[in-house]
Design a binder for this molecule. Sequence first.
Ligand code: BEZ
Length: 210
Amino acid sequence: MAIRLGDIAPDFTADSTAGRISFHSFLGDSWGVLFSHPKDFTPVCTTELGTVATLEPEWKRRNVKVVGLSVDPIEDHHAWAGDIEDVTGSALNFPLVADPDRTVANLYDMIHPNANDTLTVRSVFVINPDKKVALTLTYPAATGRNFDELLRVIDSLQRTAKHKVATPANWTPGDDVIVVPSVSDEQATALFGSFEKLKPYLRKTADPVG
Ligand code: BEZ
């Protein structure tokens, strides 16, 4: 069955380029990103894996641990890692899970048979520190993901988890945020100091972070 927002992310133990990992204990108290790619030694995937490696300081700054996955064997992952570094200048610095028997791919419903009956699609799961799924994304094989957008979404998820706010369309960090409707005007004043009331249900206040 498909994984839904709020579900506990299924745990698994698997071989990876960083050795054997147990997913939940690897994540510990961090946020997590689990993302699949269709196949090693393919062009779009090479650019994606290098981009994720290049973004290491951004994941760290947000307390996010990243795990990649495909159904290729571990020997292929190790052999491909050199190409990723050659092409993108970034060595793999996160575990890339080998899932040749598709155990994890099936747990996370990463194979969409009407797209391809053997390869994983480009799935993304953002997992919060309670191990609950906070966001899912699915891209087709031919479209590389925008990892800056993933960082932007994580910035929103982390704010909305901690503060009584939501983020509007096209929000980026530093933009005003929305006071959630369950907060009264009196509570909003106490929490945020000031806010702008555009409609009774639409109140904006300064980004509570930084
Ligand atoms: C790629 O990474 O370029 C790719 C992988 C599978 C199918 C199509 C493209």
